[in-house]
Design a protein around this ligand. Structure first.
Ligand code: 13P
Length: 341
């Protein structure tokens, strides 16, 4: 593989105990939804101001080793005039880029979804690399209902993830492979486990078929949880269910598993990660985060689009990053929520 050394260096910079990934790659409609909750208009300037705030949070690099950006952000500048990727790397946070073009219904498979964006991907990656991106992210989404995802849908999605990952490695960007089984619905934790297991099996079969080097990728899965409309589960139950499925499906060659938060509350996501690290102390992979909402939510609420609130917002972000870092060491305790400010 032409860029193996470069990919190894990126993995080294991203995978470190106590550090995780900040997902700040919301697409235009998604960031508009997040801003709407704090009554901020989603203009290009407001999006720039928000992402500049995140990446210039002093000390963030101690807990965060990578940041996933949206295409627009890659070319934007911080208030001090650095490009966002430069500002990230100034704190040893590796800049990366979401490269999929979002989900659509899978044709002739009612209820199944599929993600677009493979055409021209290699050329796009070369451009992103010139702008400073060293890794990429692609998300496939699986909704749970009685008859979905279908086996055919699961295989079609796995094929997309594997083809994307192969192109990334060929172009010298570390692929984050994200198969997200949604927590929407009233299914129980066993159903979420069953679907997650089938999805991960299919993904790793496809990665093998497409010659993807597992040592040079990062897996971004969902935790195994009961559906949002079912009930809440305690961290120990979530950790046991999640580790059981990952041990069955994810080869030890994968260096790091960085969970998405997927609609869990910030404290819930931290407590679950902590339990996963306590129970998974002997697991073969690093067990960390690639949270979007669970890292950004409290900071957004502190910001409210106002310049005067930037220090409070950065403090809120740093707090979540620090507590999630403790959770990666299995040293988080909910009492720390009140004492850590
Ligand atoms: P959440 O942690 O908010 O689920 O976002 C992670 C992400 O990048 C989804 O693609």
């Amino acid at each position: 593989m032409q860029y193996a050394t470069e990919l190894e260096a990126t993995i080294h910079d991203m995978v470190q105990k106590g550090r995780g990934i900040l997902a700040a790659d919301e697409s235009a409609p998604t960031i508009a939804k997040r801003f709407q909750a704090i009554e901020v208009e989603s203009t290009e300037e407001n999006r720039r101001a928000w992402r500049s705030l995140l990446v210039t949070t002093e000390g963030l690099g101690q807990y965060i080793s990578g940041i996933i950006l949206f295409e627009e952000t890659l070319g934007q500048k911080t208030d001090a005039g650095k490009t966002i990727p430069e500002a990230a790397w100034a704190q040893h946070i590796v800049p990366g880029i979401k490269v999929d073009k979002g989900k659509i219904p899978l044709a002739l498979s009612p209820g199944d979804l599929i993600t677009q964006g493979l055409d021209g991907l290699a050329e796009r990656l070369r451009g992103y690399k010139q702008q400073g991106a060293r890794f990429a992210k692609w998300r496939e989404v699986y909704a749970i209902d009685r008859h979905v995802p279908s086996q055919h849908g699961i295989e079609a999605n796995a094929e997309m993830l594997a083809r994307y990952a192969a192109v990334c490695q060929e172009e010298g960007l570390v692929p984050i492979v994200e198969p997200e089984v949604l927590m929407d619905g009233d299914h129980d934790i066993d159903r979420h486990a069953e679907v997650t297991e089938a999805v991960q099996h299919a993904v790793f079969h496809a990665l093998h078929r497409h010659h993807v080097a597992l040592e040079l990728m990062i897996l971004k899965p969902n935790m195994v949880l009961p559906g949002k409309d079912c009930r809440r589960a305690e961290p120990d139950e979530v950790a046991a269910a999640t580790l059981k499925i990952l041990r069955r499906t994810v080869p030890a060659a994968v260096p790091s598993i960085n969970f998405l938060s997927g609609g869990q509350g910030p404290e819930e996501a931290t407590a679950n990660l902590n339990a996963i690290n306590q129970q998974g102390a002997n697991a073969p992979w690093n067990l960390s985060i690639s949270y979007g909402r669970a890292l950004q939510k409290t900071a957004l609420q502190a910001w409210m689009g106002k310049v005067d609130n930037i220090p409070a917002a950065q403090q809120a972000l740093l707090k979540r990053a620090r507590l999630n870092s403790a959770a990666q060491l299995g040293e988080y305790n909910p009492d720390m929520e009140a004492s850590d400010n």
